[in-house]
Design a protein around this ligand. Structure first.
Ligand code: FYN
Ligand code: ADP
Length: 594
């Protein structure tokens, strides 16, 4: 049978004619075809995307196999939320959208938390989910995992698209990439109904349907007026402060930012994920005098930082409201962020690299440094806090407390500044933020704007996969519980990740008691003296139970040196710490007591 005639038709034909038809068919150039699966893979690869974080299942299992066969790295997780967190962290670290691939309905829903968190944190990622057929969903006819995923995703992300025809896959992927990266980065949803993958089209036409995205995050140059207005304000300031946010870290304008700080001589304060843009030991860092610099500054330059809850919305006691008004300069790529909480005297709209370099150029060569009275007062307060901290870090209580355990990690990071820190928890987060100094940009990934638990293992896998550097995950025992099963993922890919679980037997602490007299433990208490290290051993990784700072130091140094997947169960005094760490005041009951 040729591709032109069937057996039955051939039998009816005159043999000479049948031979002629067959020879024409056989000699016709074999026009190749492609399909939806390969168009998705080709579109991603065409745009320099080489890694997919996901979890196989109907209807995307074959897509994962084909992507791997086509040379893409496919990292399979145990829960889609962590695959999504990995995609988001990969986006933050690389300025390319991280890709999270999930099955339909429940898998898609599991990915939504990460998609929403990425959007909130301005991390570029694309959640690609298989889905049910439109015609069935729209008639609500009860398909396998039927759900109107596009409608559900839209409010939680920057943009959302659906592709119904193979020839549109190139456009769909291109639009998702541009939406994730342009302007304020964020999460994008791409809905691919199951039938799309098996659609076939001419290979040549398919190739031409793909789009290589040109300049998805173009430079956004600030106006000369805005730069001059900002510089005039800084010139007249008596107590200026530069506040660096994670947008400044994401922008990868490290040299410009360092020049801005050092040329101006202005003290700076890094938000948690901006730590390391300049070494935390830098003499202009005001981090160890945070309350003082926020209360006393008269002009504040925000660089990729929002005046949201983390900065008390730019108001009240945190900002020394009783000491007179502050003047804010704000550099941001999102114009609508300006005036979101308080009036911004000098908005500078553009990408951070362009804005900061324009400010540095505008400073000229004889910029006057801030008054010594201001920098001297900061130094004095820093000295007091640093001395108090040094005493706390030197102590070696038994069992360990947060300070003694974190002093070990602090020393390890000082020795290996290329290591990446992932940090989540309450006390474990808040103490680590001020104790573990960072020395290089984009080396600290944490709970970010939402303060969300569960980012730990996903962020750790992404950091290890995209950088190849050693990763130290500093985990509260409660926080670790949200993504602990991904320890198997870490072992499966043999990633250089050392997870340190700060085990104090519960959420916040392990000391709460059930007042009712029933056998149930209090809601915030875990199994006492649990051995999280055994979980790592269960999958072939290395587990250590560390009861002293010396044991922790030895295990951590070996883990970082070996690159072997390791989990250290750090036994922490269950009475150490406070409810919710440094944000205890957000608990309504606590707030009422005030
Ligand atoms: C800071 N400090 C230091 C140092 N660094 N002292 C000595 N040495 C060093 N290196 C001082 C700093 O000056 C402050 O003291 C104090 O330590 C606290 O500093 P921190 O942590 O930077 O600032 P603060 O006030 O806690 O910041 C507020 C915040 C932060 C909301 C930005 O708490 C935060 O990011 N929290 C995230 C909370 C969260 O998301 N949690 C998840 C929970 S979920 P003073 O200047 O004397 O005040 C489940 O619970
Ligand atoms: P932090 O929590 O560290 O203060 P935020 O997440 O609140 O940081 O703020 C980050 C800000 O940085 C966002 O308003 C975002 O629009 C902005 N941003 C992100 N990337 C860039 C960039 N390349 N150029 C300018 N602004 C950026």
């Amino acid at each position: 049978m040729s591709s032109v005639t069937t057996d039955k038709q051939e039998a009816a034909l005159d043999p000479a004619i049948a031979r002629a038809i067959k020879s024409i068919a056989d000699e016709a150039p074999q026009r190749e075809t492609t399909d939806g699966f390969h168009l998705v893979i080709d579109a991603l690869k065409l745009n320099g995307i080489d890694t997919i974080f996901g979890l196989p299942g109907i209807p995307i299992t074959d897509l994962t196999r084909m992507a791997q066969a086509e040379g893409m790295r496919v990292i399979s997780f145990r829960h889609e939320q962590h695959a999504g967190n990995a995609a988001a962290a990969a986006g933050f670290l690389t300025q390319k959208p991280g890709i999270c691939l999930t099955v339909s309905a429940p898998g898609f829903l599991n990915g939504l938390t990460a998609l929403a968190n990425a959007t909130t944190n301005c991390f570029p990622m694309i959640l690609i989910s298989g889905s049910s057929e439109r015609e069935i969903v729209d008639l609500q006819q009860g398909d396998y995992e039927e759900m109107d995923q596009l409608a559900i995703a839209k409010p939680l992300c920057k943009a959302a698209f659906r592709v119904l025809h193979a020839q549109d896959i190139g456009v769909g992927i291109a639009r998702a990439i541009r939406a994730a990266l342009s302007g304020r980065p964020g999460g994008v949803y791409l809905d691919l109904p199951a039938k799309l993958f098996s659609q076939v089209m001419d290979a040549e036409a398919g190739k031409h349907s793909l789009i290589k995205v040109v300049d998805p995050a173009p430079a956004q140059i600030p106006s000369n007026e805005s730069v001059k207005r900002a510089l005039d304000l800084l010139k007249e300031a008596k107590r200026p402060l530069i506040l660096l946010g994670k947008g400044a870290a994401y922008a990868q304008a490290d040299a410009d930012i360092r020049a801005l700080v050092e040329k101006s001589g202005i003290p700076y304060l890094p938000m948690s994920m901006a730590k390391g843009l300049l070494p935390d030991t830098h003499e202009q860092s005001g981090a160890a005098a945070r309350s003082y610099v926020l209360q006393e500054a008269d002009v504040v330059l925000l660089v990729g930082a929002r005046l949201n809850w983390l900065l008390s919305h730019g108001k009240g006691k945190t900002w020394g409201a009783d000491k007179g008004p502050k003047k804010f300069i704000q550099i941001d790529i999102a114009p609508t962020e300006i005036d979101s909480n308080v009036a911004i005297e000098a908005p500078v709209i553009g990408d951070i690299g362009s804005c900061v370099s324009a400010l540095v150029a505008g400073m000229g060569s004889n910029w006057a440094k801030p008054p010594a009275e201001w920098t001297g007062a900061i130094a004095e307060r820093k000295e007091k806090n640093l001395a108090k901290m040094a005493q706390q870090l030197a102590a070696r209580p038994s069992p360990m407390n947060f300070h003694s355990a974190l002093s070990v990690i602090r020393d390890q990071v000082k020795a290996r500044p290329d290591a990446i820190i992932v940090n989540e928890g309450a006390n474990t987060l808040d103490f680590a933020r001020s104790i573990v100094d960072m020395y290089e940009p984009r080396k600290r990934l944490d709970v970010g704007t939402w303060g969300i638990m569960g980012i730990g293992m996903g962020f750790s896998v992404a950091a290890a996969v995209v950088t190849g550097k050693p990763v130290i995950a500093i985990e509260g025992d409660s926080a670790f519980g949200f993504s602990g099963m991904e320890v198997e993922t870490i072992c499966r890919y043999n990633l250089p990740i050392c997870v340190i679980v700060f085990n104090n037997n519960g959420v916040y602490r392990g000391t709460d008691v059930n007042p009712s007299g029933t056998p149930d433990v209090a809601p915030t208490v875990f199994v006492k003296n649990a051995r999280y290290d055994k979980l790592m051993e269960a999958f072939g990784g290395h587990g250590v139970n560390a009861t002293t700072a010396d044991e922790l130091q030895k295990a951590l140094a070996e883990a970082v040196a070996s690159g072997r997947p390791t989990l250290i169960n750090a036994v922490i005094d269950e009475t150490a710490g406070t409810e919710s760490g440094r944000i205890t005041s957000l608990n309504p009951a606590t707030a009422k007591k005030k």
